[in-house]
Design a protein around this ligand. Sequence first.
Ligand code: G3P
Length: 215
Amino acid sequence: MKFFIDTANVEEINKAVALGVADGVTTNPTLLAREAGKAEDIYRAICAAVEGPVCAEVVSMERDGIVREARELAKIGKNICIKIPASKEGLMAVKILEGEGIRTVVTLIFSPMQALLAAKAGASFICPFVGRLDDTGQDGMEMVEQILQIYENYGFKTEVIVASIRHTLHVRDAALMGAHIATIPLKVIEQLIKHPLTDTGIQLFLKDWESVEKR
Ligand code: G3P
């Protein structure tokens, strides 16, 4: 499973790169709003920090506006992928952009049928938002399981980026289900490494090492 980091913060991205777990980056307008500087400059800095896909989201809502905005964003770097919300206008734009060789990510996916339509439109990636679906009392990971089954049934090449990840169990379940990618906040990536028995084990080894004859 590939790990993307879900942030527009270059320091966080560099930390994930150093850990060897930054196969790509997802951003959105909310994440960009937390950073200083112009969106284009932030995207350029992110593209310089990682080799994999860098997902930049459009804010236009009509097909032609989305296509225009996407073409401009795509000029920023060869690894830019265009995030487009799941909508009729969005799917029409996906078809045009993929036809031009611009990779798209259909985002704000909350049902397997939205995911099926995004794949039929030719999207390179989709982002099902599991945490936000959990918040409504529905099961986000069950949605992901159903999407993966549908894609397997028909051999779709669209890759599933499990998004809106809130905790380590989302990551574990995404990996067990065979999701292609999980996009994860740095805080959760760091939690994945931790185990209290590892910490106490290290302390014990260090203490015992003091009693070992050194030469
Ligand atoms: O990648 C989507 C993600 O940024 C949304 O996460 O926690 O705002 O639902 P959240």
